[in-house]
Design a binder for this molecule. Structure first.
Ligand code: NAD
Length: 420
């Protein structure tokens, strides 16, 4: 357990280090840094749950609001054994800059419960979710803080949170969470929004580098929600997705994997392993494959100082949050790898969450094509805003994205001033 805690402390340090790099490049005043660097609110809740065997088990939950200057806090809820307050604080910090990079009127928040949802029954998961939701109830609300799914949480869990919140208020409030089922006020296109956003930024990066997507070789680490959708769209654009992985292992086919069939295989068997026509390779071999695009879409810190030197991709597209450590960043940059940083690359999810919230508030729902078209415009505008800073200021893409995000939050803080 200690190792996990240390690793997660590193993630928060990483968030602070990235802030400092961008703040220095912006020449940000110390007063503004003091106002926006640290989380506004952090809540730790005890989550006692009656298990199916009749005994009560204790879990620990968190909700962190990093910054709400530009609007309500926005960010997912993660159920994972390695969740810690530091990890949640890091993810909340990234959400602030991410919402600002895509210029949507939200601040940053994040939540999590340290648990292994794979070991819980549906009944236990529902009781855990409702108890956690009542614990964080004072912080959340459609104008205050709006949770969404993250790793190992899903639309059903959002429905339970929405119901718990609505029951305590006495009427139905769909806008308290996003990523809900469609029948409860969810948005068309939300489920695949992150992967679709990843695809739009990869498309923009490939165009910038003059790499045709047709025929490009793609490797995806983490074939979950974000990774599989990005793989599917790239496959549709006639790229070759040659290797993918999940927690159980990695598979490879030099001629490209049949992604629609692989998605069905993963649904049926729970893993990518054993897919007909593929061979199993190691995680290290997957990262070292010659390819045009590498998409880390699993968890934090999967590309670090030890393995970054093996990466042969021309573009690394961070579908996951924080998959590349600061040391690995320096190595990739020195090797001329073009990075699409997480707060830009995976911002499609929060962007369509924003669309969902707008639709809930207006009680007026959009067609899928409206969602896709608006998402493409937002993602491509954000990509160009970041690319402009990257080129004009001669900084790496991560620093450039942080400069855009932090710069927008700083501007809002300057205009609002310090209360009282
Ligand atoms: P998910 O649970 O659907 O998928 C994660 C996948 O990664 C799973 O297939 C899992 O087996 C695999 N995985 C986990 N550890 C791995 C490892 N060490 N090596 C290889 N594979 C591994 O989760 P998701 O929603 O796709 O989220 C993935 C990442 O994307 C997370 O970092 C998350 O914060 C980020 N993200 C997701 C969204 C979203 O809307 N889903 C939005 C923004 C960012």
């Amino acid at each position: 357990m200690q190792a996990v805690l240390t690793e997660n402390k590193d993630v928060y340090q990483q968030a602070l280090e990235n802030f400092d790099l961008a703040a220095n490049a912006l020449g940000l005043e110390e007063d503004i840094r003091a106002m926006i660097k640290y989380p506004e609110r952090e809540l730790t809740v005890s989550v006692p749950v009656r298990m199916d065997n009749g005994h009560i088990r204790h879990f620990r939950g968190y909700r962190v609001q990093h910054n709400t200057t530009r609007g309500p806090a926005k960010g997912g809820i993660r159920y994972h054994p390695a969740v810690t307050r530091e990890e949640v604080a890091a993810l909340a910090t990234w959400m602030t800059w991410k919402c600002a990079v895509v210029n949507i009127p939200f601040g940053g928040g994040k939540g999590g419960v340290a648990c292994n949802p794979k070991e819980l029954t549906m009944g236990e998961l529902e009781r855990l979710t409702r108890r956690y939701a009542s614990g964080i109830l004072p912080l959340i609300g459609p104008t205050q803080d709006i949770p969404a799914p993250d790793v190992y949480t899903n639309p059903q869990i959002m429905a339970w949170i929405m119901d718990t919140y609505s029951m305590t208020k006495g009427y139905t409030i769909p806008g308290v969470v996003t990523g809900k089922p469609l029948t409860l006020g969810g948005s068309l296109g939300r489920g695949e929004a992150t992967g679709r956003g990843v695809y739009f930024t990869v498309d923009s990066a490939a165009e910038h580098l003059r790499i045709p997507l047709r025929g490009a070789k793609v490797v995806v680490q983490g074939f979950g929600n974000a990774g599989s959708v990005a793989a599917h769209l790239l496959d549709s654009a006639q790229s070759y997705v040659v290797a993918v992985s999940d927690t159980r292992g990695c598979i490879y086919n030099r001629d490209g994997l049949d992604i629609p069939k692989l998605i069905l295989h993963k649904e049926r068997t729970g893993t990518v392993l054993g897919f007909p026509g593929s061979e199993t390779i190691s995680a290290a071999d997957l990262l070292a494959l010659e390819c045009d695009v590498l998409i880390p879409a699993a968890l934090e810190n999967t590309i670090d100082g030890a393995n970054a030197g093996m990466v042969k991709a021309r573009i690394v597209a961070e579908a996951a949050n924080g998959p590349v450590t600061p040391e690995a960043d320096r190595i990739l940059e020195s090797r001329g790898v073009f990075l699409i940083p997480d707060i830009l690359c995976n911002a499609g999810g929060v962007t369509v969450s924003y669309f969902e919230w707008v639709q809930d508030e207006q009680h007026l729902f959009w067609e899928a094509q409206d969602v896709y078209g608006r998402l493409e415009r937002v993602m491509k505008t954000a990509f160009n805003d970041v690319l402009k800073v990257h080129r004009e200021r001669g900084v790496g893409m991560r620093v450039a994205a942080n400069m855009v995000g932090i710069g927008r939050v700083a501007e809002a803080v300057r205009l609002r001033g310090l209360y009282p």
